[in-house]
Design a binder for this molecule. Structure first.
Ligand SMILES: Nc1ncnc2c1ncn2[C@@H]1O[C@H](COP(=O)(O)OP(=O)(O)OP(=O)(O)O)[C@@H](O)[C@H]1O
Ligand SMILES: [Mg+2]
Length: 249
């Protein structure tokens, strides 16, 4: 299953969700691949140290038959990565001139090998890289930080996905994840209230709280389980992992 972790808003927990969900799936012996589609390369740095011979730019620009060359193992068992570097910004520009430019990732992923889960960490802009993720994905996972205007942009994202895939919005597979939830400052049902009826049934039960353990783990470039496995953040991402696994069965 290919899951695009995506939202047009920046800083809502896309990378944190990608990193920690991937680690959880791999710890459950699921063959997992993270593809970093953000030139900032934050999820790449969590999983691979040092220079990359090949990265996601090669995955997207080279022939699909060469795709597996861009995959590198992480320091975690069952978890591989296609990394991103700042080269990706130029790649996005070069892509503009290519035929079927939104389909390149999807075609490359047919050739990366056999994975139970492929997680696509998307950039916070709705450009050609995000479009590639929207075409390739079997499901969109949209992290949302509750607050005023938290779902602004959601309809545009879904409409773009539907158009790119030649589907109706109502047929899209997507789930909304509450992230950085703060019990003291957010009314419990603020997000639920804001979600219109058609989105409400897509809201995942798992809620990720705002927590210092997640923030610290990110600063150190680690999945939270590798920083403190008993923390609330680790437990909540564990619950997310179980919920995602149940979606499939
Ligand atoms: N649950 C959380 N509790 C506390 N801090 C968090 C939590 N989730 C993410 N953060 C922090 O919020 C910031 C943004 O998180 P993250 O990088 O995951 O968001 P993003 O959506 O990937 O951002 P971008 O749009 O820049 O790619 C980071 O500094 C991260 O450490
Ligand atoms: Mg990110």
């Amino acid at each position: 299953m290919i899951i695009a972790v995506t939202n047009t808003k920046g800083g809502v927990g896309k990378t944190t969700t990608t990193v920690n969900l991937a680690t959880g799936l791999a710890a459950r012996n699921k063959r997992t691949l993270v593809v970093d589609l953000d030139p900032q390369g934050h999820s790449t740095r969590c999983f691979v140290q040092g220079e990359l011979d090949q990265d996601v730019s090669d995955l997207i620009m080279e022939k699909p038959s060469q795709a597996a060359r861009a995959v590198v193992p992480s320091e975690y068992e069952h978890l591989d990565v296609v990394g991103a570097t700042d080269r990706l910004t130029e790649t996005a520009e070069l892509l503009q001139a290519r035929i079927r430019r939104e389909e390149r990732l999807s075609r490359a992923l047919d050739h990366v090998g056999d994975y139970d889960y492929v997680l696509l960490d998307c950039p916070p802009v709705l450009g050609v890289l995000a479009y590639n993720a929207l075409v390739a994905a079997d499901m969109l996972l949209v992290p949302v930080q509750p607050g005023v205007g938290s779902i602004t942009g959601l309809d545009t994202l879904l409409e773009s996905a539907a158009e790119l895939r030649d589907e109706d919005v109502s047929d899209l597979s997507y789930r909304i994840l509450t992230t950085m939830f703060e019990i003291r400052t957010t009314r419990t049902n603020a997000l639920v209230e804001e979600l219109l009826e058609e989105h409400r049934r897509r809201l995942l039960r798992t809620v990720i709280s705002k927590s210092e353990s997640l923030n610290q783990a990110n600063l150190l470039g680690k999945p939270v389980v590798a920083y403190t496995s008993s923390s609330r953040g680790a437990q909540e991402y564990d619950a997310l992992c179980e919920e995602i696994l149940r979606l499939r069965s």
